[in-house]
Design a protein. Sequence first.
Length: 578
Amino acid sequence: MNSKIFHGFFKAPFISIFTLSLLSSCGGGDVNDKTSIQPEPITTNNPEPEAKEELVTKLSFRKRTIELGLSHQWDLIDLPELTGLDYSLYNSIGGIALGDYDQDGDIDIYLTAGNKSASKLFQKQADGSYIDVAIDAGVQLQGFYSGPSFADIDNDGDLDLFVGGIGVGIGGTRSKLFINDGNGHFVEGQAPTISKEYTVSSSFSDFNNDGFIDLAISHYASSLGGDSEHLWVNIDGVNFESISSRNGLAQSILNNTDNVFSLDLTFTPSFGDINNNGVIDLLMLSDFGTTSLLLSTGDTSFIDFNEHTDKLNLKTDDVHGMGGTLADIDNDGDLDIFITSILEVNAKSGILHYSGNKLLINNNDGTFVDQSYTSGILNGGWGWASCIVDFDNDGLLDIINTNGWNIESGVTLEYESHVNDTTSLFKNMGDNKFIRLTDTVGITDTGQGRSMVCFDHDNDGDIDILISNNDVGDNSLIFYENVSTSGNFLKIDLRIKGKNTYALGARVYLTVINDKGEYTQQMREVNINSNFTSQTPSQLHFGVNRADNIAEVKIVWPNGDIELLTDVAVNQSLIIEK
């Protein structure tokens, strides 16, 4: 197996191509043959570390929204009075998708929010600013849409665009699939024939390992009857088929035994190899204690997801799951779970009414320990979208969630009201301990936050933040540029010729030697997941603190093939093609 590495150097375009002879590889073939995808330990003796001055990372952000040309007006117009879950739905939907749709090396932004203003496609310009090209690109939509995602549906190497519609609900709109023609324009393709109302969030992965990426969607507040239409198999790059009615899958996702409203309460689907057996599983984050963990049996001839929600070790009466993210938070080689929820305090008693965000640490086998209380991540306000990224490149993943709701909440002096929740950034201090930071690092947004994405906007090696607020009368967008004092980094994009072109489901293990001469490891899994109506690009970002080179990069491709790279330079972007 030969791979090509395309180097994109620090603050520079991709400028060289060369063929890399594999230092080591082993055939994987069928992923069902894998018993583990943990990397083998490196046996080289630890060198004596040089004396180095300790790097002190310092988080800092500044707003740059208007100067970058990012502007959108959110509002709900021409609607009847909304009540109950319909009110919650329309005040929550919208979304942001990120991807390099025009293949110029920069991340572009697709946005839909409210029905006052049409959706926008912000194309990144050479000077770092953005202009809206939605009309020229053929993707401007007027009305209620939500949960967009960029993904290569047809395996031609460029990013197509899925946008969820509200269906037969108030102001009904159908979901859309736009196929990229490779020249910076889109043509409308055959979207999945979704009949359910209220498509909220979307995620993509090749869960049956046939080379065509498949789709999971949520339908908050829709009816329970018939096919629930949560899981869609991509048959041939053009057509999708719902498999949600197979083997009780819909019943598992809808969690009928705990469903007090007799409605679909799903908000955010996330794909990942949750139990480390080499096949893709599904976590469906849902409201009112109905979140579901579905582990795949790995039988690609007939996709069978079995319900294993009890392995999350959650109390069903205190989890109002809106959004969330899968990531290896403790750097032990498995996917942990962060769930955004509600922190609400009884003003008279001071007792938690709703118990806040959740942090679930994986035992390496798809069972979890709830470390929400001991970790310090509870107070995210009324949480929605979130990111788990290393903001200061110190090798530890931080957490941020946006928040807000349009009603007052019972408060004490310790907690904010939901009408002016401050976006919460949780700095990782190690050992699964976090401290909450807001205005001290420049994060001052108190708007009605819903969607949020985190990405390296300016290609300077650190992660920036874009938030979409549901506030009437103001610019709904806030962009925070990361101006932190931070460590070194490595960015990796994986590509496969022909099928599953963005290598969804692949894992990359990175090993560095720290200042003490110790080997430390990080793992990232390639995904196009929603974190609540919001989708970040499949690019992998590693912070490596003071390390000046990477001892080893281990890639486990979706088919199980393993590739090793050694002595990789830091502060660069790599595109590795199989």
